[in-house]
Design a protein around this ligand. Sequence first.
Ligand code: SAH
Ligand code: SF4
Length: 342
Amino acid sequence: MSKINLKALSKQELEAFVLNSGMPAFRTKQLLHWIYEKHARSIQGITEFSKDLRDKLSQIAYISNLELLERPVSKDGTEKFLFGLEDRESIESVLIPDEDRLTLCISSQAGCAMGCRFCLTGRTGLKRNLKAHEIADQIISVDSRLIAPRKITNIVLMGMGEPLANFENVVEALWRMTGLMKISTKKITLSTSGIAPKIRELAEKAPMVNLAISLNATTDAVRDYVMPVNKTYPIATLLEACRAFPLATRRRIYFEYVLLQGINDTPDDAQRLIKLLKGIPSKVNLIPFNAFEGAEFERPDGSRVLAFQEILVNAQMTAFIRKSKGQDILAACGQLKAKYKG
Ligand code: SAH
Ligand code: SF4
């Protein structure tokens, strides 16, 4: 009989496992606490249990861990974690220090099928969806390796993969983060390339985390070219789903806008962006394109980026230029590739 991975079980499944193995119901709560809050790496590590109980439990179950394969550090302090999965696929998470924040950027898929032309992850194609525990475990693995007082303060689903293309697992992972790991919904942001119907479903089924949209263009012609998902869900359809997305007080939708020289960075684009986002409580993050080998785009120079921002700000929009961190270790937005088996 193969052993059961306790980390792979949902709360309900763990409850059933505890009952079926003849343990009293309160063991579920203890197991959840040790796995998700105390970050136990093995059943033997659950020191609240007697040695006898740990031995018995170890015969039928185990706790999986991501395997840390590499951990390069950028000169700006950004760290990349290359993790191996049980089937030898690999994924990357990026830890980004910024003033009083320590943000962990996690992956939702190994690779990505969306094929955005400016994104290295998109070029490698999809290897497979991550399971809920593989998504949440990136947080546990990184957090348990940080030396106090360093602590993750924010989580962004902006690593490899399109979260809404792995909907069930991502939603389950979000419930584990908020319910079991006790991370505030305000500190979690999910970013999507714009699978419009799934944005609606997310509002119904997931905890109320922040939403970010990778918009990246202001006309369908350009967006069709740079982000093929736009052919299925064009800008108007996407923004309609954003308008329908329920926002708690003070919340806004984040719009990511990768600036590609000569493609989407003109003053006309800035003006169109203002019109498109009218009426949506929003915050725009401008991300100058991060280059990678073989890319067909260029990064606009600083003055063009500032001019674009200024047009938005003059129209009373909130718009920031995102510093791209970790470029020297290929850890910046759109540069994640990981290493695949074979
Ligand atoms: N798949 C989701 C989550 C990944 S987020 C999504 O696309 O939203 C990755 C973010 O990095 C997106 O906002 C994307 O627009 C941005 N990005 C991708 N490639 C980039 C590049 N080469 N330079 C700068 N930003 C990039
Ligand atoms: Fe996938 Fe997002 Fe990259 Fe597009 S930008 S290829 S959706 S990871």
